[in-house]
Design a protein around this ligand. Sequence first.
Ligand SMILES: [Zn+2]
Length: 433
Amino acid sequence: MTDSLFSPGDDRFSDGLAIHAARILLPVEGPVMENAAVVVFEGRVVDAGPAHEMRAKYMGTIHDHGDSIICPGLINAHCHLELSPLRWRLSPSGSFFQWVRTLVEAREQIQPSEWQGAVDQAVDELLKGGVVAIGDVGNLPVIPEMILHNWPFRGIFFQEIIAPRQHIAPEVPDTIDGTEQFGMALSAHAPYSVAPSHIKAIKLWDSIKGIPFSIHVAESEDEVIFLRKGTGALRELLEEKGHWPLDYALPCSSPVRYLESLGVLDSDTICVHCVHTDEEDLEILAKAGAHACLCPRSNMFLGVGSPDITAMLKKGINVAIGTDSLASNDRLSIFAEMSSLASICPDASPEEIFRAATLGGARALGLEQDLGSIRRGKAADILVVRSGPIPQKDALEFMVRTWADGPPECQILSRGAGVKVRKSHRRRIAGTA
Ligand SMILES: [Zn+2]
């Protein structure tokens, strides 16, 4: 960074200006730096560069973090915090369909008294793991109510709609508004659980609000079989629930091609999972500018396969990373997800995977103006990871591969000021029947 808000000389004297120095800086949008510093003022990044230059250029409180890595806060672009009471309660069955059935039953057994403690613990885990923004999905009021009270993240809450009958309009609670730092959106659960007219209406609602739309896509082979042939375990599930026969024509297509045919893929669409995608699917996602949010540990838990981040990046798709819920993961750690991705896709570079966990997530959630990298003018939601004396060349490798169980010490330094997401109001979707 060459320009700055504060020029050398008298103008550099400023109350509240902080210089955070560390051995290694990972700005994401720029090369890894050694012995570097980030200059912060009123919750915003003013400058970043070699520590000696920053110290000479600015006068402020110096925080020397020593053998640490400074980097942008991590983004968990897909989680379901309302399912946090289910930690350890569901075990992998090897069948996606069986897991869905067990999940529905287990969720009904959650006692109201369990939520606060379980969600508090999950929030604490996310913060200790360096997460500064989340894309949280749910269909209960528990999380929206918490968001209104000192929610420690930025991001989007996606009110999830499950509505398999085309002629029955989904009920959407009209209870709360978003906050300045946390927007409210609608999301469709999946192509097999939401009728096509409802998927289009939900996407339209989000588009009008200028907020991202999210949907689970191509998560399991069962989903692919169902959409192509109308058979398999997911049809059994719909039959069980009284939603079969469908009141719309099956697409007989891949999940991604189906969403394309509905016109819901664009640069404000987050396609979560994308495990079962072929080359044509990826080309469609790339052309539309849609984001892929990968949750590799959840996929492994459910035994549904693994996403191919390398193929997605080759097509130019923006990739984000999420943990999914504690019903299909044993932790909410983006470090663990990065490590899994690195193992699954050895061709992906640590730089690419770290970018997905930061800037990729910020882009998917529409927060890249403020988050995802350390750059002048962005929010100072900065992470300091106590790394020890590792070589500069190994810093990204350490971030991505070494700390699957979390780094030894990970601290969010500052919550930036003025990060705003578009507010929205949840209403009944009109005209979906
Ligand atoms: Zn999910």
